[in-house]
Design a protein around this ligand. Structure first.
Ligand code: PMP
Length: 439
């Protein structure tokens, strides 16, 4: 008899992230925004299974593309060309910002970030990479060191760490050391702080600055207007590369193909994963500026992986891009205002301290109504945290939401085909869950 106790994967990502409380769901079916557990219960999947299934569950176009590829040739090694991989690379070149027209495929977001760092180091001859506190870039040894979230980083760095990973503060107003009186002021203060960190670290020692266009699991925080442009200018001034981690924000999540396109800034390298195939098959990669690509072709690329650019994944990728093009990104953009408006209604609860996000990526941050402080030290606990209860109560009401880190927030990222009616059902469930926990 199959026993889930043998499944260590379900223990490898805190259940918190997946929008679960005490009961780990066993999901057996999915259709659009709805997933079904092994007892036949249906849930609105407002986490898209860790921000992945952007095209929705059970999209026949993607399933058929995988089937067709498997029946032709299932695997071609990374040392050969393959028509499907070539097609996906060309399609990506059309949609990536600026001139980021060369694509290196890898398997996971962590590995894509590590490849981007390797490329940046190779190109600049410098070693350090600056990332933000309140960021997530992966959990392998290299990517784990780049991650700002201390739980992941400390777990990874207990045994080994990537050298040259330094941190700076994100442009967050809520509960932050910055004391800004406007978004413009916050953008200026946060960019000045980055410039200061660069000077202290030594500009010549720094290969790249790596940031998520909208902070993902660490709180769906968008940057204040002008922040990205200021960072781009600072990177140009010091000859430091700018890498956008689009693992969550890519493929329509923020209402454009890529989150960085909501900022009007072009990075030098752009990493992606999750939504590229809508997670039907694992695939990730790095879009690379032609100057860097030319340098890499000359110097050699030493980070190849057996399953990088797997044809089944590339077939899923081409079909997923078709689905996004066929109205899904437009729908994400169109539904965003309604999701925001409904989430802002939650601010009527004394326990809701902040609502923020962009496109279909939103966080609701909780606060102790008595003190205005977080309920708990944000980095400690799993036990007595009412936010955990909100996630559980929301699940009881048939809606799955994600839990971020720090664990003072819930995060919403529905599949892009979501409707206003589904948004209403989900937010009503969250509203009622908050009331049941706090009032
Ligand atoms: N970057 C970001 C922004 C992420 O959210 C994640 C995963 N949640 C990663 C990188 C790592 O991706 P993976 O889990 O596929 O290694």
């Amino acid at each position: 008899m199959a026993d889930p106790a043998h499944d260590l994967v379900s223990e490898s990502i805190p259940h918190w992230y997946g929008g679960d409380s005490d009961d780990v769901l066993s999901l057996v079916d999915g259709d659009g925004v709805v997933v079904t557990d092994d007892e036949g219960n249906e849930y609105l999947d407002f986490n898209a299974q860790l921000y992945c299934v952007n095209a929705g569950h059970g999209d026949e176009r993607i399933v058929e593309a995988i089937r067709e590829q498997a029946s032709r040739i299932a695997y071609v090694s990374a040392s050969k060309h393959n028509d499907t991989r070539t097609e996906l690379a060309s399609r990506l070149a059309e949609i990536t910002p600026g001139e980021l027209n060369d694509v290196f495929f890898s398997v996971s977001g962590s590995e894509a970030n590590e490849a981007a760092v390797q490329f940046a180091r190779e190109y600049t001859g410098a070693r350090k990479v600056l990332t933000r506190y309140r960021s997530y870039h992966g959990a392998t040894y290299g990517a784990g060191s780049l991650t700002g979230d201390p739980e992941t980083r400390n777990a990874v760095e207990r045994y080994a760490a990537m050298t040259g990973a330094a941190k700076f503060l994100p442009p967050v107003a809520h509960r932050s050391p910055f004391d800004a009186d406007s978004p413009e002021d916050l953008a200026r203060q946060a960019a000045d702080h980055l410039a200061y960190v660069i000077q202290q670290e030594g500009p010549d020692s720094i290969a790249a600055v790596l940031m998520e266009p909208v902070g993902g699991t660490s709180g769906a925080y968008p940057a204040p207007a002008d922040y990205w442009q200021r960072v781009r200018d600072i990177c140009d001034e010091y000859d430091i590369l700018l890498i956008a981690d689009e693992v969550i924000t890519g493929f329509g999540r923020c209402g454009e193909w890529f989150g960085i396109q909501t900022e009007d800034v072009v990075p030098d390298l752009l990493t992606f994963a999750k939504g590229i195939t809508s997670a039907y098959v694992p695939l990730a990669g790095v879009a690379v500026h032609p100057d860097i690509a030319a340098h890499l072709r000359e110097s050699g690329i030493d980070v190849g992986q057996t399953f990088a650019g797997h044809p089944l994944a590339c077939a899923a990728g081409v079909a997923a891009l078709d689905a996004y093009e066929d109205g899904l990104i437009e729908n994400a953009r169109a539904r965003s205002d309604h999701l925001e408006a409904r989430l802002r209604e939650l601010e009527a609860h004394d326990a809701v301290g902040d609502v923020r996000g962009r496109g279909l990526l939103w966080a609701v941050e909780f606060t102790d109504p008595e003190t205005g402080e977080p309920f708990l030290h944000p980095w400690v606990d799993d036990g007595d945290n009412p936010v955990r209860d909100v996630i559980g109560e929301t699940q009881e009401r048939g809606v799955l939401v994600g839990g971020g880190r720090p664990k003072t927030q819930i995060i919403l990222s529905p599949p892009l085909p979501v409707t206003d009616a589904e948004i209403d059902r989900a937010v009503d469930a969250i509203d009622s869950a908050i009331a049941s926990v706090f009032e």
